[in-house]
Design a protein around this ligand. Sequence first.
Ligand SMILES: [Zn+2]
Ligand SMILES: [Zn+2]
Length: 243
Amino acid sequence: MVNYFRYLQLKNPLQAALEAFYPPLCRLCGDSGDSGIDLCLGCQESLPWNSPACPRCAMPAQGQDLPCRCINEPWPFTSATVPLLYEGAVATLVGGFKYHGNLAQGQLLGKILSKALEASEKSLPRHLIPLPLHYRRLRQRGFEQTNELARAISKDNPSIIPTPILNRRRATSQQSLLAASQRHANVYQAFEVNARTLLPKHVALLDDVVTTGATAISAAKALISAGAERVDLWAVARASINS
Ligand SMILES: [Zn+2]
Ligand SMILES: [Zn+2]
């Protein structure tokens, strides 16, 4: 099972040299950052890591056989990489990023996800498809959070190309305000693929926080009906269903 925290500690020579000139600072406590990440060692260690987790649906796993019970349920993703749990300091970082426009916190979260992908040893697609906001919400927020995360991942791993080809067909209610049972209906057929795009066979869908997975599932179905043969799910954090 991948230990994401240990993986953050690995440094390459360029990273070590950069750190000597531009030492990173911890975005949670203000101490010196570590391993090229804007988090000190203590804060990295105390993050709520989602490990061990099911490699197919990223639900936290506690000693059961893997893949977990998702193997018997409709789940369009071949694999899922979601390194953190949405609680404590992670909820603070995600909230600062999404609702207060702290883009540096978004870059940090993107970098953590990127390191987790490297650690996962899964076969990674070249095309990363950010899950889009509806244009009205985008206008309110002023930035697309999944594009920001995609930028951080691609900066860390230039062979991964952000490919923003999904559109929201209609505005949907905010999923976090709905009961779990209402979430699938809210996002049913909410997405479409830009018709002029030739879709690669293997793609990753990028979201920030996954709860029931209803939004991501709806987006994955749009990608599969447009010709994708394998869709992986990448997200920063897994929230419990009651979040
Ligand atoms: Zn710290
Ligand atoms: Zn599972």
